[in-house]
Ligand binder design. Structure first.
Ligand code: PLP
Length: 375
């Protein structure tokens, strides 16, 4: 038989696809570099770990793993519905919020349709767009010397690029990898200006860390904007990144479509039980938020003392610009057992994205950087 060219067989969007670049796992670093006692400040995980109540619920749920999970996610959906003041029929559960972002692309995008996002937006939006063969339209971000929000989303340039073929506009608030944010009032004005054929996804993966008086809570705007989809995750402040749970909130008409493309058992039973319990552990979220605020100031101040320029952040990470390549600094940090995220894949060559860790972790990162920059 003739040897097949698998790439030729693949659908056009997949042929050119570059997979998402994740943060390096600690085990991999220690194997490759022969270092020990490493720290990871690369994937915006919660340095406090997981809510003890969530862990207890996960352990209890292990007894039933021989059963398929509840495909409708009834218990978790009811708890989420109550939390956000929406009906359970407004919710779509995902294996992480990444999953629901892909459902959105599969449902509303395809060849000849357009997906619109800001320069420096979260990498999954262009990936999901390309995967389904839609056209990616990139709106220039605010300039690097913008006095308030350098590299942030510019709602004006986004709005100018909406046309008859646009089906999804993606807005991360706060955004990853920049940490920048948009005022809730401005997002609502933007939503009000959008034509009815455009779905606007407001990705609130970091909302538990952000100041709600400034950013608002987009789940409260769903009744006013039938074309709004809000995505949330248990991976960040809730500390459940490894279990993979996220969700979308939307008009029930949109949720119905998203649930048609959702694989029936996409969220496992242990993950759903843990997420359900995590939701009730407000004390853990408050502690996580407080620790993040202190750690973010520690990093911003320490990085400034090292001559780096930081971008304002409403999340649990900070983007910092150096006068040398991020890849070079990253390599030197890896050799010292510190994992951060180089962001050249976003077109940010001289930058590093650093997750806020515990006080000693932040100190270790700053001292490793000081050592490297002095060399
Ligand atoms: C803005 C944003 N949205 C969504 C996600 C996806 O997270 P998860 O799939 O773990 O819910 C991330 C993860 O880094 C993110 O930064």
């Amino acid at each position: 038989m003739k040897v097949l060219d698998y790439n030729e067989l693949a659908v056009p969007g997949v042929r050119q696809l570059s997979p998402y670049t994740p943060g390096k796992p600690i085990d991999e670093l220690e194997r490759e570099y022969g270092v020990t006692d490493s720290i990871k400040l690369a994937s915006n995980e919660n340095p406090l770990g997981t809510s003890p109540r969530a862990l207890e619920a996960a352990r209890a749920a292990l007894a039933d793993v021989w059963l398929y999970p509840d495909a409708n996610g009834h218990d978790l959906k009811c708890a989420l519905a109550q939390r956000h003041g929406v009906g359970a029929d407004s919710i779509t559960l995902g294996n992480g919020s990444n999953d629901v972002l892909v459902f959105l692309a599969k449902t509303f995008l395809g060849p000849s349709l357009k997906s619109l996002f800001s320069q420096y937006c979260f990498a999954v939006y262009p990936i999901a767009t390309q995967m389904v063969g839609a056209e990616a339209v990139i709106a220039p971000a605010l300039p690097v010397d913008h006095p308030a929000m350098p590299l942030g989303h510019d709602l004006r340039t986004i709005y100018e690029r909406v046309d008859a073929d646009t089906r999804i506009v993606w807005i991360a608030n706060p955004n990853n990898p920049t940490g920048t944010w948009l005022d809730g009032d401005r997002v609502q004005d933007f939503l009000a200006s959008l034509p009815g054929h455009v779905i606007c996804v407001v990705d609130e993966a970091y909302s538990e860390y952000a100041r709600s008086d400034t950013l608002g809570d987009a789940s409260q705007w769903l009744e006013r904007f039938p074309n709004l989809v809000v995505t949330r995750t248990f991976s960040k402040a809730y500390g459940l990144a490894g279990l993979r749970v996220g969700y979308a909130l939307s008009n029930p008409g949109i949720a119905d479509l998203l649930n048609r493309v959702r694989p029936a058992f996409n969220v496992n039973s242990v993950a759903m039980a843990a997420a359900r319990a995590a939701l009730d552990d407000r004390e853990f979220i408050v502690r996580s938020r407080e620790m993040n605020a202190t750690g973010l100031s520690q990093l911003q101040q320490g990085l400034a003392e090292l001559g780096a320029v930081t971008v304002p952040s409403a999340a649990n990470f900070v983007l910092a610009r150096f006068d040398r390549a991020g890849s070079e600094l990253n390599e030197a940090l890896l050799r010292r057992g510190v994992i951060v995220r180089p962001v050249a894949n976003y077109g940010l060559d001289n930058y590093l994205r650093i997750t806020v860790g515990t006080e000693p972790q932040n100190r270790r990162l700053l001292s490793a950087l000081a050592d490297i920059l002095a060399g």
